[in-house]
Design a protein around this ligand. Structure first.
Ligand SMILES: *[C@@H]1O[C@H](CO)[C@@H](O)[C@H](O)[C@H]1NC(C)=O
Ligand SMILES: *[C@@H]1O[C@H](CO)[C@@H](O)[C@H](O)[C@H]1NC(C)=O
Length: 603
């Protein structure tokens, strides 16, 4: 009893001391007279789930001074601070470049290029966060919990760009320097993720009454078909919020709006910058034909992509006729949305390249033969390859940061780092992916269905790994699922199968998440199944990662000798496995059927 009293007095003392420290900390930047206006209870409520408390209080300092600030102002304050800090960091990177400007050596030139790459990526993060901030502010407070998954996808992308920016600076001194300069933005990003993840609880603590259907939309709304949706909402689900408003739909006036009005059910499409296009129809003519032999409008894919009209609406369709297209890096950029490319088949339409890290010293993201950045990139019947070989080390064939990427009947051929699912939700169906080390890697959320994964022979000192996921925090919308896939050696490496060691994956970042289910695993996979991340920074990742297997078959699927890490488990019952269905994992039901893509939504 006495002890309890002492403890509670102690902890009370501590928390008062803590708040005093915070106020003193904030006071450095805020006007002292304003401090008394701060709503410390609101600050505590908001910052409770965050890992970086100081950063959180700092982000809220401005908002807390404003007596008419809304709950949404509090909720998105960390997102705003991330944007502000990222903008500062871009400025700092530019001044490092200036200071290198006088030097003419190759190293300085490389570092400048790396910094430009970094600034470009941070620019993507800033743009995306500004967009989320804007859309988030338009959302009714009581419906915010339904948007959690979508917002987390964008916040995870913003984090991925920050990480890539730093990871890809080769000069160690400059890399460390930039890492430090990015620290504040990183902390605000992670805090934003935690706040959004816990938004339901936070709103409850704020006394907001949430409607019963305020659960995240994932796993619920796709059960309705388009007809039912129109009946329910008055508009088809692909009509954006702003258009609904234009069409006379619901307005959205923060907390004051009438609670009992039915709320629009949304699919998360409102976080996209363009409207969801009509489903693909076989009779639709392509906007342009690309043919090497001159029988189309364009001879190169680059020229065809460049013909994308400004502010184009709907699908932009390119038919790439048979041929080998070797054009250096091809980018479908962030203004080129809803591009759909189809070819004559993986053996006929081939997009190839040789950019690489090992020999040409190009940073990983820039080695990609093909890059998809614009929203809803789709491709079918095309092969993407990087032919440099194992000595090129990192050499990407395909990289995507396109929200709602869809790849059907495609093939991805490479060695190390063949397929980079850099950010956002991505779906691969009936494809073939081949490679050696970290064949499929990234920080988005990728789902592979009915796909073959082929291991090729690596360099002598290398081991093969299929998946290297870069999820950093529990809240992040990142990970890979393989369902009904075939995992085996490539046909040409069958004779040397005995000389290579291959694993299902290794934990690139701390919370790496990989699920292999209902797949056929060949004897090419080592009995342990998984391997550790062998760097100092990642040496404990296997304790925290989330590697799972469920109902696999084939000679490599026996889990008796699998690793005994705390990060690995065999899933026993279907209910657990169902969490990783395409529907649950990437909310596939809300976008793939509508795009006309065949998908198995269940486990
Ligand atoms: C205070 O918050 C309100 C509501 O969001 C906003 O309209 C206003 O501009 C803010 N005032 C200041 C000084 O930032
Ligand atoms: C974003 O943060 C900055 C810096 O704290 C602040 O000046 C600005 O008013 C904030 N903007 C919004 C829209 O909250």
């Amino acid at each position: 009893m006495a002890n309890e009293l002492v403890t509670s007095v102690l902890s009370l003392g501590l928390s008062i001391a803590f708040i005093l420290v915070i106020v003193a900390f904030v006071a450095k930047d805020a006007n002292l007279e304003d401090i008394h206006l701060m709503n410390t209870k609101a600050l505590k409520t908001m910052c409770k789930p965050t890992d970086y408390k100081e950063a959180c209080y700092y982000a809220l300092a401005e908002v807390a001074k404003n007596t008419s600030a809304t709950k949404k102002d509090y909720i998105f304050a960390s997102v705003n601070s991330t944007i502000v800090e990222l903008q500062k960091t871009v400025g700092k990177s530019a001044s490092i470049r200036k200071s290198l400007g006088g030097r003419v050596d190759a190293n300085a030139k490389h570092t400048c290029d790396d910094l430009i790459n970094c600034e470009k990526l941070l620019g993507h993060a800033i743009e995306d966060l500004q967009h989320v901030f804007k859309v988030g502010h338009k959302t009714k407070t009581t419906t915010l919990p339904k948007h959690v998954d979508q917002i987390l996808v964008w916040l995870t992308a913003a984090r991925a760009y920050q990480t890539t920016c730093v990871d890809e600076i080769k000069d160690e001194k400059v890399r460390k320097d930039m890492k430090k300069k990015l620290e504040k933005a990183n902390k605000h990003t992670f805090n934003s993720q935690k706040i959004i993840y816990n938004v339901k609880k936070i709103l409850k603590d704020f006394g907001v009454e949430l409607s019963d259907d305020s659960k995240p939309s994932a796993g619920h709304r796709r059960l309705l078909d388009e007809g039912e949706l129109i009946a329910l909402e008055g508009f088809p689900s692909w009509v954006s919020v702003s258009d609904r408003r234009l069409l006379g739909g619901e307005s959205d006036d923060d907390d004051k709006s009438k609670k009992h009005e039915p709320e629009p059910k949304l699919t998360g499409q409102e976080y996209f910058k363009t409207l969801e296009p009509e489903p693909l129809d076989k009779t639709v003519k392509p906007n342009a034909v690309v043919a090497k032999d001159g029988s189309g409008q364009f001879k190169t894919i680059k020229d065809a992509v460049a013909s994308y009209p400004l502010n184009h609406q709907g699908r932009f369709i390119l038919y790439i006729k048979a041929g080998v297209y070797d054009e250096g890096q091809i980018i479908v950029n962030r203004n080129q949305n809803n591009v759909y490319m189809y070819g004559d088949g993986c053996d006929k339409t081939i997009i190839t390249g040789q950019l690489n890290q090992g020999i040409a010293h190009i940073v990983t993201s820039k080695t990609a033969t093909f890059v998809a950045e614009g929203e809803r990139f789709m491709a079918k019947n095309i092969r993407f390859q990087n032919t440099i070989g194992t000595q090129g080390y990192q050499a990407v064939a395909f990289r995507s940061q396109s929200p709602h990427t869809v790849m059907v009947d495609c093939s991805f051929e490479g060695y190390q780092d063949t397929l980079y699912y850099h950010a956002h939700d991505q779906f691969y169906k009936n494809c073939v992916v081949s490679g050696t080390v970290d064949i499929i890697f990234g920080s988005g959320r990728a789902f592979f269905q009915d796909t073959k994964i082929f291991f090729r022979k690596p360099e002598k000192d290398q081991e093969n790994t299929m998946a290297a996921d870069g999820r950093m925090k529990y809240e992040e919308a990142a990970g890979i699922v393989f369902q009904n896939c075939k995992i085996m050696e490539s046909p040409e490496s069958k004779p040397v199968k005995g000389q290579m060691k291959s694993y299902l994956g290794r934990p690139w970042k701390k919370k790496s998440k990989v699920v292999v289910m209902k797949s056929e695993i060949g004897d090419v996979i080592q009995p342990e199944g998984w391997t550790k991340w062998d760097s100092e920074e990642g040496e404990h990742n296997h304790d925290y990662c989330m590697f799972r297997e469920y109902e696999n078959k084939g000679p490599g699927s026996n889990t008796d000798k699998r690793v005994d890490w705390s990060g690995f488990e065999v899933i026993e019952d279907e209910e657990d496995a169902a969490k990783f269905s395409a529907d649950k994992f990437i909310d596939a039901g809300s976008w793939l059927p509508k795009a006309g893509v065949p998908v198995n939504l269940k486990v």
